[in-house]
Design a protein around this ligand. Structure first.
Ligand code: ASP
Length: 324
């Protein structure tokens, strides 16, 4: 390399370091792989709002939907690794690799882990016109109507899909699954009586349960929700489905190769966002728990998702579900 080239190379490196020191210099986009108005979208919008101040830039939420969240996830895997295109995603990050034969991305290798955001309990809810008034009555009706009950979900690999898989294998029945681009559009059909049942995260379910627009049959997580309106709703484990536990976590990701100083800035901004009183108030009012342990560190987040991949791969195998 001649001296001019060396100077040029040093100059370019200097420019890029200086540019990164100023990160972010423009708006940051959070890709949500599910429909607007659903649980992932609500969480991403809360985080986007709370990130605005620590990042000093606008944070835009973009819904790229389809295929149980894998289309939006693939988009971020292919995006420029500069910290300006990030992904807010849930357990689908850990389940899709066991559910799809040909994913265009690899977990964990194609991503940088920026921190786990929260854990969300989930519920089993039904259309308001269902006659059953308890999980016991619902269970009887489902078994009597084997193969005829319609179960909505947000696509293969979504939280509602996994919960539905586990429910069918626990009850020893088959239901007709009806996939949507997110549980927000599915909720509209459930309230309207076009579908019978859905597993839905508290994030989206609690408001509709309180408004009596849907019937609450059970909490799918290990503990009842600590909200007054949900105190009487039993867990599925208490209702006879031993060890049933679907709890949904969400995390923040960047494409592989994002520079480590940008990752550190984004992690610091996320930590600050998760202390935002408005975010805490909104998320806690819906029964969500904000993460404040080693999973908020990039290394801890990656370790957790990797362990979740193994756990879910076994659940998926045991349920008999074949990869798509
Ligand atoms: N997270 C999805 C959504 O926001 C729901 C799901 O995974 O079941 O629509």
């Amino acid at each position: 390399m001649n001296i001019q080239k060396i100077i040029l190379a040093l100059g370019l490196a200097g420019i890029s370091i200086a540019a990164r020191a100023d990160f972010p210099e423009k708006a940051v986009t959070l890709v949500v792989p599910f429909a607007a108005g659903g649980p992932s979208d609500k969480i991403a919008r809360d985080v986007a709002e709370a990130l605005r101040k620590p990042l000093g830039q606008a944070v835009i939420v973009e819904n790229t939907t389809g295929a149980g969240g894998t289309i939006g996830t693939a988009k971020v895997a292919r995006a420029a690794a500069d910290g300006y295109t990030l992904l807010v995603h849930h357990i689908g990050m850990a389940t899709a690799p066991a559910l799809y034969k040909e994913l265009s991305y690899t977990v964990p290798d194609d991503f940088e882990f920026l921190g786990l955001i929260n854990e969300a309990p989930s519920t089993l809810i039904g259309r308001p016109t269902l006659a059953a008034n308890s999980f016991g009555e619902l269970r009887k009706w489902i078994i009597e109507n084997n193969n005829k009950v319609n179960l909505a979900n947000a696509g293969v690999g979504s939280a509602s899909h996994l919960c539905g898989l586990m429910l069918q294998s626990a009850l020893g029945v088959n239901m007709t699954t009806v996939p949507y681009k997110g549980t927000a559009p599915a909720m509209i059909d459930l309230m309207g009586g076009q579908v019978d049942l859905m597993c839905e995260q508290a994030t989206n379910a609690v408001t509709q349960i309180e408004a009596k627009k849907v019937k609450a049959y059970a909490v799918t997580s290990a503990q009842r929700l600590k909200l007054p309106s949900m105190a009487e709703v039993p867990t599925l484990a208490e209702s006879g489905l031993a060890n049933f536990n679907v709890t949904v976590w969400h995390g923040l990701y960047a494409p592989r190769g994002t520079p480590s100083d940008v990752i550190a800035k984004l992690n610091t901004a996320l930590r600050s966002a998760l202390k935002n009183p408005d975010l805490i108030r909104r998320q806690e009012a819906l029964g969500l728990t904000i993460i404040n342990d080693e999973r908020l560190e990039p290394a801890g987040h990656k370790k957790y998702v990797t362990a979740e991949m193994d756990r879910w791969a076994k659940v998926i195998r045991d349920s008999g579900q074949q990869p798509n």
